[in-house]
Design a protein around this ligand. Sequence first.
Ligand SMILES: Cc1ncc(COP(=O)(O)O)c(C=O)c1O
Ligand SMILES: N[C@H](C=O)CCC(=O)O
Length: 445
Amino acid sequence: MNHERSRDLYDRALSVMPGGVNSSVRATRPYPFFVERGDGAHVVDADGNRYVDYVMGYGPLLYGHDAPEPVQAAVQKHSSAGPMYGAPTEIEVDHAEFVARHVPSVEMIRFVNSGTEATVSAVRLARGYTGRDKIVVMQGGYHGAQESTLVEGDADHPRPSTSGIPTEFAKHTLPVPFNDAEAVQEVFEEHGDEIAAVLVEPILANKGIVMPVDGYHETLRDLCDDHGSLLVFDEVITGFRVGGLGCAQSKFGVTPDVTTFGKIVGGGFPVGAIGGKSEIIEQFTPAGDVFQSGTFSGHPVTMAAGHEYLKYAAENDVYEHVDRLGEKLRRGITEICADQAPEYTVVGTDSLFKTVFTRDAPSTLDGQCETGCQQRPDCPRYDHCPKTGGDVADAETERWERIFWHEMKEQGVFLTANQFESQFVSYAHTEEDIEQTLEAYKNAL
Ligand SMILES: Cc1ncc(COP(=O)(O)O)c(C=O)c1O
Ligand SMILES: N[C@H](C=O)CCC(=O)O
């Protein structure tokens, strides 16, 4: 493939943008391809190369690059009618009502502009509501570019995971290993009456894809109830992707006090949201005294796109389609791995998928699970499935980034460029795309 124009654009970008990009994950080595346009499930780069796209904007694009006609019409209508006012609009109410109707934990919602803004506001809300400072997070969890959660280490020795965050800030954050009930119980024994919230992605979706083991979310729910802390599900990735319109909380049958959203709820436009019980969400200003505000919040174009996105999903076979193709991909890749790379583990659920380049040979070689990792105890590879962020951090990340990702790209398949980011099937993907992708996996692996 020829990438000359992308290389030239990257040269120009490097002199005016740090690392040549506006978000770190885009800086693939030796240089990223620059996208000219999307087309259904595909993207076309500046050199005219076409790829089957599983990055899907890192998750928002449930329909691929051609939104259904009602979405496009609503976006055009609202952009030509304003596009914004600094005053409330009916479409914000429509969208809030829709989300509240479908997501078990949501009675009220505040829309913001990014997933990061949603989790920042959720943490402030939890602290304001409980009058406590500490939050529990999962090692390997990701909640955007915010001070309270860019923290690594463990509950005894938390430290900022990036420069620019005062060490003092990190002492209010208690990281625990995902899926380890004992570890979080111990933290509650020691700090129970100081903990404002447990903030957790219901599925770790920024560290490979790690499913919760049976009973883990129930344990978190019980601990929060017993200690007067809030359970916050960060559904920025899983929201309206896993578990359909009820989100991951309906799939797992555990209702958090607060849910953060982003990505799909904005229909491809910048968005975030914090939803939950009225009694809690009403602590936000101006109803309550936890300050929260934003010039672009509830932007009519975003609200219209998000609302039509979700309405279309409610009225069509969207989740049936993306989940079926997701399963087909996971099964196909699992079969290829069983044959060519049995030490690798296929993970994911619904329309999420990833291959974790696990280093150790599996403890059981006589059968791969059929649909990728669902953390089912009866699966022959249950022990081998990643259970924590640390299990994925140990995978062969260099092999993914330096070799595999490039091989796939050269065969016309655009995957997320590191071992940790999820990949997404959209409504625009076809059986033919899946076949092409599996053929590429076969060659690349
Ligand atoms: C689970 C989760 N929370 C929060 C965020 C932050 O969202 P944004 O990038 O829109 O700020 C992301 C992704 O970036 C995410 O995956
Ligand atoms: N991990 C992030 C969200 O899911 C990747 C998107 C980004 O930060 O650009």
